[in-house]
Design a protein. Structure first.
Length: 368
């Protein structure tokens, strides 16, 4: 384990010292879905759904069976971002696929004050990921990317890159013999490793970055009847160009609201720093899960002077998904009802025959 960490840090330090060109294809850093956006983009150590293809390929080992997801981000000035993800768990490991498309809308072209036409810049990404559990609760993942950026007829290019991710569930369990240590996860990853694109014979680098983080999954047993899972997330973001970043997120799940098949999640996130003002650092969102298979997510995002944007997404999980079993604390009323329903066992009275009673009286009389 230590060797893996050392190798990753060496690779990161070497690449950071070598890169001097300006970064291109920054759309590769966009959050994968509404859930991750509402958590301040702190998801690397949770990675419990198909969005792990983009966020941390090693998290694909947490899939139950097959999952598919659709997401849409409605940005400002007709700029929209869409992606599709799918993943499946096999005996030899887990596979994931992602397709992302970013449209900048129609932009008019002018020459000497006269309109001469319009352009529709766009970017897209195709990504294939593989993950496997190497050791008990420790997994690794690798994803390959093909990215294309088409800004104008003369300014377009493509690039190949890959991501490396690691996921360790309950990484302190062997050191700290406590129940809570089993639910503390650690993860790290390196993103956008590759040769940058060329625009007009000018080479540019990819937005290489390094992330590591922690996730604590707290499971509420009682006395709160419907509050079940409480996730605390903390990520550290280290880009080769730009400022060090901190991401924090909290997610609270309510199960079986009103004895219905619907679960509700409230989410809050913090992304620091932000160039768009203080309010843009705060993220929030909500999620609905129906019959454990269909999850609908919404994120409310404030981009400061650029305005407020919304993000929606849906994830469908095939197969039978069972909820975790909880140990409920018995209520006093339930205990009283159980006692009232339980029949009182009475010892049967012994029947004494008349002859036996007469003999006992005669023996007592003779003794006197």
């Amino acid at each position: 384990m230590k060797k893996i960490f050392i190798i990753i840090l060496i690779i990161f330090s070497f690449l950071k010292s070598q890169l001097s060109a300006a970064s291109a294809m920054n759309f590769l850093n966009l959050a994968p879905n509404a859930r991750v956006s509402s958590l301040g983009e702190s998801f690397i150590a949770l990675s419990d759904d198909v969005s792990s293809v983009l966020n941390n390929p090693a998290g694909l080992v947490n899939l139950n069976e097959t999952e598919i997801a659709l997401n849409a981000l409605l940005l400002v000035e007709s700029i929209n971002y869409f992606n599709f993800q799918s993943g499946k768990k096999f005996s030899f490991g887990s596979l994931g696929l992602n397709f992302s498309f970013l449209s900048y809308g129609e932009i008019e072209k002018y020459f000497q004050g006269e309109k001469i036409g319009s352009i529709t810049p766009s970017d897209y990404l195709i990504q294939l990921a593989y993950a496997r559990e190497i050791k008990n609760k420790f997994s690794a993942g690798l994803s390959f990317k093909f990215a294309n950026e088409n800004l104008t007829e003369d300014y377009k290019s493509s690039a190949f890159a890959f991501d490396i991710g690691f996921f360790y569930r309950g990484f302190l369990k062997n050191l700290i013999k406590r129940n809570w240590s089993e639910f503390l996860n650690f993860a790290l990853g390196i993103y956008n490793l590759g040769i940058g694109p060329k625009f007009s014979s000018k080479s540019e680098s990819l937005p290489l970055n390094f992330k590591f983080g922690f996730a604590y999954k707290y499971r509420i047993q009682y006395p709160l009847a419907y509050l079940r899972d409480l996730n605390f997330l903390l990520d550290f973001y280290i880009p080769t160009k730009g400022n060090f970043g901190l991401r924090y997120g909290t997610e609270l799940w309510w199960y079986d609201i009103g004895k219905s098949p619907v679960d509700i999640a409230l989410r809050f996130g913090l992304k620091f720093p932000s160039d768009l003002g203080i309010l843009s650092m705060f993220k929030t969102g909500i999620g609905f899960r129906v019959y454990n298979n269909l999850e609908l997510d919404y994120a409310f995002l404030n981009y400061g002077d650029l305005g407020i944007t919304h993000r929606i997404g849906a994830i469908y999980k095939f197969g039978k998904i069972e909820k975790p079993k909880f140990v409920e604390k018995p209520k006093e009323e339930e205990i009283i009802e159980e006692l009232e329903e339980e029949p009182i066992k009475k010892e049967p009275k012994k029947e004494i025959k008349k002859e036996e009673k007469k003999e006992e009286l005669e023996e007592e009389f003779e003794e006197e």
